[in-house]
Design a binder for this molecule. Structure first.
Ligand code: IPM
Ligand code: MG
Length: 363
């Protein structure tokens, strides 16, 4: 039995995840695969019940499954909680618990949505990028960190906030291998993004990337500073094939890159440990608490994350293609959720978008 842990989370999480679960069930029926779904709480909803955002029970359920489908976590009402119990902490916690150090974020552009992008069609048409984001290191997890009072020269207490941007060579090496292999399966161009003109951690990053590249002579490795990469991504996205970068740069660049495709509501992601154990699939967007319960959120990013799950965790490329093509075809028919809606389109709700995609899959 294929076990899927379903961690819907907060905000729009439950609504979009419900649609993705229907899509997985439909793929199961079509391809004769049996799935068992195990729900668990994560984020603010878990805090309400267990006084912690990542309960042990959730970690257990996730560890005992083949794949995790995650919605999103967070809500403004938890913004005043102490940092250790904030919903976002659960996301970082589960990534660390499952050793999900490699986060693949494809930036796909649907021809049908070229006009939804704020960028010019001739700049973005044909964009096909995978961002390989390191997910368990960097300033996100580095120590020491904190906010503390230090006494300045005049004897007054001044508060300092600090985090540590830190990578070991082992951490850089393992993400480098994932990135080179990803590039190898694509157009064999890898751009490593860093800030080596200023940061020591980036100098090490670059050195290791160059070392590892010797094992992949068929892949062309280039380097770009992160500020330049942010500019190049929207000036000329077609120059990129595979991008590898650290946790914080990858976080920022992937949100930016989502605008190439027109909406943050479209892009999926897969997080892997490459130890043959569980992988986690989630949209790159957040919990959008302002849209919660309104049945207006775009479920496509989560549905495409489910497609990635079928491909990577359950090795069913056909199911992946079917889901992908069904999404494309529904978009081609003119159906749009609010985030990508323009005059003349057919406006649909979250659940209607999900049903349309499921119906397309059934053919
Ligand atoms: C993401 C999100 C998370 C991150 C937040 C919610 C902790 O922005 O998955 O990109 O920064 O990684
Ligand atoms: Mg982010």
């Amino acid at each position: 039995m294929n076990k899927i842990a379903v961690l819907a989370g907060d905000g729009i999480g439950p609504e979009i995840v419900a649609q993705a679960v229907n899509v997985i069930k439909t793929a199961g029926e079509i391809f004769g695969i049996k799935f068992e779904f195990h729900q668990a709480l994560i984020g603010g909803c878990a805090y309400e019940k267990y006084s912690k955002p990542l309960p042990d029970e959730t970690i257990e359920i996730a560890k005992n499954s083949d794949a995790v489908l995650l919605g999103a976590v967070g809500d403004w009402k938890y913004d005043t909680l102490p940092p250790e119990v904030r919903p976002e902490r659960a996301l970082l916690g589960i990534r660390k618990e499952l050793n999900l150090f490699a986060n693949l974020r494809p930036v796909i552009i649907f021809d049908e949505l070229i006009s939804s992008s704020a960028l010019k069609p001739e700049i973005i048409r044909g964009t096909d990028i995978v961002i390989v984001r390191e997910l368990t290191g960097d300033v996100y997890f580095g120590t020491p960190k904190g906010i503390e009072v230090r006494v300045d020269e005049s004897g007054n207490g001044v508060r300092y906030g600090y985090n540590n941007m830190i990578y070991s060579e082992k951490e850089i090496e393992r993400i480098a291998h994932v990135a080179f292999k990803t590039a190898q399966s694509r157009n064999k161009k890898l751009c490593s993004v860093d800030k080596a003109n200023v940061l020591d951690v980036s100098r090490l990053w670059r050195e290791i990337m160059i070392d590892v590249s010797k094992q992949y002579p068929d892949v062309e490795l280039t380097h770009m500073y992160v500020d330049n990469a942010a500019m190049q991504l929207i000036a000329n996205p077609l120059q990129f094939d595979t991008i590898v970068t650290g946790n914080i740069f990858g976080d920022i660049l992937s949100d930016e890159a989502s605008m190439i495709s027109g909406s943050l509501g479209l892009l999926p992601s897969a997080s892997m440990s490459y130890d043959g154990k569980v992988a986690l699939y989630e949209p790159i967007h957040g919990s959008a608490p302002d849209l919660k319960g309104l049945n207006v959120a775009n479920p496509i990013a989560t549905i495409l994350s489910a497609a990635m799950m079928l491909k990577y965790s359950f090795k069913n490329n056909e199911a992946y293609e079917l889901i992908f093509d069904s999404v494309k075809s529904v978009l081609k028919d003119g159906f749009r959720t609010k985030d990508i809606y323009k005059d003349g389109d057919k406006l649909v709700s979250t659940s209607q978008m999900g049903e349309l995609i499921v119906n397309k899959m059934r053919g």
